[in-house]
Design a protein. Structure first.
Length: 1050
């Protein structure tokens, strides 16, 4: 089902695009592909669907009956715990027929859900799913998302101003119940009022599957008041044989620690420099004290540990955990986990939405996959859920100035603040093409040894970022004997500060790094500091420690995942919070802290703020408090950002607890009642001429006197041009009353960019900003977002006939104000529409395929066009594969496929669609050296590949298979097609540009009758791709032969 995704810092690859003419039409003889790095076989765990189509799948079966939360909401009464329990058992009893079918199909049930979601989590072979889906009780079958808890207090809490809340109004989260859905909590740690010794943790670990000591865990404990372990120590969702073994003791594992770190940020009591639990006071003086671990945002809140991870690996029981939070009436739930390409209708996003409707404030990490569009992950994409982005809050960091022998100075970050020597000998790690590993990345001890790193040689081992965790390099380098390690970043910023490095996050091994781990600005090849250091290979450099200004201070972290929501283009993330170099609880240490980075670390700051809000506003609904967390955010607290990246701004606890106004925008109706988002999502639209739409913003005055609000709008710095107005622009609202205003957004096609006008693959466009309601000193912000795409409306005039040596195809454009391109391919085949796509799961039902070839030096570059009936949000989510029979023997030889580059290369998505080659005999995967041509919100993906890399030197046979990234049991395949780049029937591979201000144009396409006579199927017709058209109209098909026999599903 949904492919393995995780929270992890990854690089973002941006490459240039060809510039478009803006006046008269021009015709060129090539389609320009986007280059990507080449290399040998990739040592990857990724398996494309074309090589793994019969694997067991991980699903959640959604059932028709309402869950407990819906039934309770409809009843209009509050049920007792006994009533809820009895109802849960009845609902689970109604699932028996589904469970019986799963078992008889050779599958097995992972769990049953009945509180926030009525469903059965199971593992079953894909070929058996239709039998289950046919049962009358079944609504739908969804892929079960699988997540990894892998991140990429004392300064971050004061940075937000939580200590001012403690001081000014005395709110500390007292009696607020916060569930932490994570790896568990080390309740023996001093930060949670435990004994504060490693021995106490070791003793508790020996009994981790039994009832915990009630003095440390439970209603009588100082901090962790309850919870459950849903999986057991050995569970790993990546292993098909692994099954959950729930127990009542959610103690964190020594090899994990993620949940303990998160819990400390939410509500840790604090640990003094002597290792004792800090018991207050929590006021304006707290920030001036010295701590081993600073107090959390809400130090008096009660924590509940819901363990969803084993000691290592992944989880797929997030929906079950949300179900638990609803059943146990939590005030706030923190989920520092999530995937990529999140949708609003993923099972855990729906469960999170239902939890919001039932009164739980859901605070969820946006993800760590970077700034490319549509990466924000579920369950943070659920309606009403607060999706949290990460912000860099450090004004300065420990640094080092490296001076080369020829006098060049390089500013580095001393990422673990280790003691520096005055000189080092530079050793640049280089790749050995004879091995599967890319040694230049420094992701193994052998990578360092093979490059000559030895103990006692005073060497600085220099690697390049990619594939493995950043700090894993420091572990490998020290083991190999390096005196220091450095990593060159993949962009022009310095990597994050890590703090003490105590282990390898890739393996879970505990290991203390004492050598310096330096971070250097990149990227290589851009005359960067990394290039300067590469030039010093084999020489001696000098080092001098310093305190360096952080150029990324108050900027979005480079790893924080960008929105909007896949499928709907809705506005998420919601807010930002500190998520870079956060020090909190170190599991099993007794009283120590450790430093981590990620949206996993930003999320608990917001959950702690939510606890303060619940205490501050006892008369507000939890939905209103959740909305106010967003609408009171400091819009100016984050620099250089956009709404689709960090939402309303930096979370502001002071503004939240003092707020007298709540506001919301879009409203979603559920069986539980309405869920209101604190944002305005205009969605995705394709514009041919002018566009105008309105959304409603609603304000509620919670004060005891009337308030007058002035409503204004402010566009984000990078927003496309539009006019956004509010009517009425002034509202006077009485005490306890609510009023609404309309937010009108209008723009025109000439203000919207095209599908290839930006210097990146996605060419993403957004009209975004905030609506601000001002009353006195109180400001209430509601973000707005529209994702537009210009629709040039290119169509053919008449019905062209392809029977001349030179054929002219007349084209016209409905939107003369914008430029447009038309690209020519030889039509391979057409495919009938025969698959059930949804608003979120789309862009994989194939309409037509074609191929073009252009000479590229001594080689030929083939370009395969795959056109689908509906648009994708980001093509990197899905898998688009061309299956090649290069010797025409009826057996497939190679697969050229495009999918997420980071997923294949590093194991973590990055939102870039790259082309790869799979050898179907050896199952080896190599990069093709090209990115896919795949703008966001388009319905065409073009896969370039050099003929020599796939063994093509003449006629070959091909077909296409596409696979949904939302649910990989949803896929399509076409009939076979043939093509000969040496004897082309049509002169394909041309690009016609119709300039801005021009309406009509002609495309000239030569035809070779002899080639057609020799192999008619090589010339089925022409496939013209107009990428600036509306998604469903990008393919213009000009048949040479009748297509009726092709228009079917194989």
């Amino acid at each position: 089902m949904k492919r393995l995704t995780a929270l992890m810092l990854v690089g973002v690859l941006l490459l240039g695009t060809p510039q478009m003419a803006s006046a008269a039409s021009t015709q060129t003889d090539r389609i320009t592909p986007r280059p990507a790095s080449k290399g040998g076989v990739i040592g990857t765990d990724f398996t494309p669907h074309v090589m793994n189509s019969e694997a067991e799948t991980n699903v959640i079966v959604e059932l028709r009956k309402d869950p407990v939360a819906v039934i309770e909401a409809r009843s209009g009464t509050t049920m007792s715990s006994k009533q809820r329990s009895q109802l849960r058992e009845r609902i689970k009893g109604s699932q028996k027929s589904v469970i019986s079918q799963i078992n008889s199909s050779g599958g097995h049930v992972v769990s049953q859900m009945a509180s926030a979601y009525n469903g059965v989590h199971a593992r079953v072979r894909g070929s058996e799913l239709k039998k289950i889906e046919a049962l009358p009780e079944v609504v739908a079958i969804h892929g079960a998302p699988r997540y990894k808890a892998r991140p990429t207090n004392d300064t971050s809490v004061p940075f937000l101003g939580a200590d001012k809340v403690w001081q000014d109004v005395g709110y500390t989260g007292k009696n607020v119940k916060v569930a932490v859905l994570d790896t568990g909590i080390d309740y023996t740690h001093a930060d949670f009022g435990g004994p504060g010794t490693p021995d106490a943790f070791t003793a508790a670990s020996r009994k981790s599957d039994r009832i915990a000591d009630p003095a440390l865990f439970g209603t009588k404990a100082a901090k962790v008041k309850g919870g459950v372990d849903l999986v057991g120590d050995k569970y790993d969702a990546s292993d098909p044989k692994s099954k959950p073994h729930p127990d009542p003791n959610p103690l964190d594992c020594a090899a994990a620690g993620h949940g303990s770190h998160v819990a400390g940020t939410i509500a840790g009591l604090g640990v003094t420099t002597s290792g004792d639990t800090y018991h207050g006071p929590y006021d304006g003086t707290t920030a001036d004290k010295k701590f081993k671990v600073g107090p959390g945002v809400a130090p008096h809140a009660d924590l509940y540990a819901v363990r969803v991870f084993g000691c290592a690996g992944t989880t797929d029981v997030t929906t079950e955990a949300i179900d638990w939070a609803v059943a146990n009436q939590m005030d706030v739930a923190n989920l520092s986990l999530g995937g990529t390409y999140g949708t609003a209708d993923a099972p855990d996003a729906v469960a999170a939405r239902n939890a919001v409707a039932s009164g739980v404030i859901m605070v969820v990490a946006a993800g760590n996959e970077g700034h490319n569009p549509y990466l924000v992950g579920s369950p943070s994409t659920g309606h009403g859920v607060i999706s949290v982005a990460a912000v860099d809050h450090a004004e300065t960091f420990p640094g080092a100035v490296l001076t080369t022998a020829d006098g060049h100075r390089i500013q580095a970050i001393n990422a673990n603040d280790a003691k520096l020597a005055s000189t080092y000998d530079v050793v640049i790690l280089k790749d050995d093409p004879a091995t599967e590993e890319d040694e230049s990345l420094g992701c193994s001890e052998q990578a360092y040894r093979s490059n000559g790193i030895t103990s006692g040689a005073n060497q600085l081992a220099v690697s390049t970022r990619g594939r493995c965790a950043r700090i894993a390099r420091a572990v490998h380098a020290q083991k190999a004997g390096a005196a220091a390690a450095a990593m060159i970043n993949t962009d022009d910023t310095l990597p994050s500060f890590e703090g003490p490095i105590t282990g390898n996050p890739d393996t879970g091994e505990e290991y203390e790094v004492t050598i310096p781990f330096l971070g250097i600005r990149g990227p290589l090849g851009a005359k960067s500091d990394g290039d300067t250091l590469h030039g010093a290979d084999g020489t001696t450099i000098t080092l001098q420690g310093n305190s360096a200004a952080n150029s990324e201070y108050r900027h979005p972290a480079d790893f924080t995942s960008s929105g909007p929501v896949t499928g709907t283009s809705a506005a998420h993330p919601s807010v930002g919070a500190p998520g870079v170099s956060i020090t909190s609880v170190a599991v099993g240490s007794g009283s120590d802290g450790t430093t981590m980075s990620g949206t996993s670390m930003a999320t608990p700051h917001v959950a702690g703020v939510a606890a303060l809000g619940v205490q501050a506003h006892p008369d507000w609904t939890h939905q209103q408090i959740g909305q106010a967390i967003v609408t009171t955010a400091d819009h100016d607290g984050i620099k250089g950002t956009d709404t689709h990246l960090t939402g309303a701004g930096l979370v502001d606890p002071v503004a939240l607890v003092k707020a007298t106004t709540s506001a919301h925008g879009d409203v979603t109706t559920t069986k539980l009642g309405s869920v209101a988002d604190p944002s305005l999502s205009y969605g995705f639209v394709e514009i041919t001429d002018a566009y105008s739409s309105a959304r409603t913003v609603k304000l509620t005055n919670h004060s005891t006197s009337a308030k007058t609000y002035r409503l204004t709008t402010q566009a984000s710095a990078n927003s496309d041009a539009a006019e956004v107005t509010v009517s009425p622009s002034t509202l006077t609202i009485g005490p306890g009353a609510s009023k609404s205003a309309q937010v009108y957004l209008s723009t025109s096609v000439d203000k919207i960019g095209t599908s290839s006008d930006k210097d990146d693959q996605s060419s993403f466009h957004a009209i975004e900003g905030i609506v601000t309601a001002t009353s006195g000193s109180e400001k209430t912000h509601v973000p707005y977002l529209l994702v537009p795409r210009a629709d040039a409306g290119v169509t053919m005039v008449g019905k062209p006939v392809l029977n001349k040596a030179s054929n002219t195809i007349k084209l016209t454009k409905q939107a003369p104000a914008v430029p447009a391109t038309v690209q020519t391919f030889t039509l391979g085949t057409v495919d009938a529409r025969g698959h059930k796509e949804t608003a979120s799961d789309r862009g994989w039902d194939v309409r037509a395929i074609g191929v073009a070839s252009v000479q590229n030096g001594s080689d030929t570059t083939l370009q395969f066009a795959i056109n689908t009936y509906s648009n994708h949000s980001n093509a990197a989510l899905n898998e688009y594969a061309v299956i090649l029979d290069t010797d025409n023997n009826g057996k497939p030889d190679k697969a050229v496929f495009a999918t997420d580059s980071g997923l294949v290369n590093e194991g973590y998505a990055n939102g870039v669609a790259e082309v790869f080659i799979a050898d179907l005999a050896t199952e080896e995967i190599t990069p093709a050296g090209h990115l896919a041509i795949a703008p966001t919100d388009s319905s065409t993906v073009i896969l370039p590949v050099d003929a020599s890399t796939v063994g093509i030197n003449g006629r070959f046979t091909y077909r296409v298979e596409t696979t949904s990234g939302v649910d990989d049991e949803h896929h399509d395949r076409t009939l076979k097609a043939t093509y000969d780049p040496n004897h082309k029937v049509f002169a394909d591979g041309q690009t016609l540009t119709i300039g801005a201000g021009q309406q009509d144009a002609e495309l000239t396409v030569p035809f070779v009758p002899a080639a057609f006579k020799a192999a008619p199927r090589n010339g089925l017709g022409l496939l013209l791709i107009a990428p600036d058209n509306a998604a469903a109209s990008e393919a213009l098909i000009v048949p040479k032969l009748p297509l009726r026999a092709d228009l079917r599903n194989p």
